[in-house]
Design a protein around this ligand. Structure first.
Ligand code: 4NP
Length: 159
């Protein structure tokens, strides 16, 4: 594991729409990396779907992040692209469906870069649940999971 993380300088977070979970992960991870002095790491996010390309994050995601001092209002959704498998050392998915879709799109030589974020960071099999159709408590739960996972991963990257 230390070997995997030591060489990491570019991380891509992936969810379905790239307007809720993965932009929150991008913003939380980047802000925390700056605070931890890991600021040279390139952080980005993308969706497996194409419905929201060019759109800002969901307003509930923007508000939840802002509540915690993380500004994601300038992010714009994009779809996962073939070049991402070369450009990013780690591709971290929010749930198992994302993981299966990303893996299916990736060349076999890049499969070792793709992980479920909770699994890699916390050794937990749970998904980061899609909050899109639920209430505000879903965004709070996503925020807490992403913060805990980001802190755990960065502690190992720094150590
Ligand atoms: P995300 O949430 O994958 O966390 O960005 C979703 C946003 C939009 C849709 C699904 C999930 N959608 O079906 O439009």
């Amino acid at each position: 594991m230390a070997g995997l993380l030591r060489g990491t300088n570019a991380i891509l977070f992936v969810c379905l729409g790239n307007i809720c979970r993965s932009p929150m992960a991008e913003g939380i991870f980047r802000t925390m990396a700056q605070q931890n002095g890991l600021g040279e790491i390139h952080v980005d996010s993308a969706g497996t779907g194409d419905w929201h390309i060019g759109k800002p994050p969901d307003r509930r995601a923007i508000a939840k992040a802002a509540e915690h001092g993380v500004d994601i209002s300038g992010l714009r959704a994009r779809q996962l692209a073939a070049g991402d498998f070369d450009r990013f050392d780690l591709i971290l998915t929010m749930d198992s469906a994302n993981f299966d879709n990303v893996t299916a799109a990736a060349p076999a030589t890049r499969h070792d870069r793709i992980h479920r974020f909770m699994q890699l960071a916390l050794d937990r099999t749970e998904d980061v649940p899609d909050p899109y159709y639920g209430g505000p408590e879903g965004f709070e739960q996503v925020y807490r999971m992403l913060t805990e996972a980001s802190a755990a991963l960065q502690a190992r990257m720094a150590g």
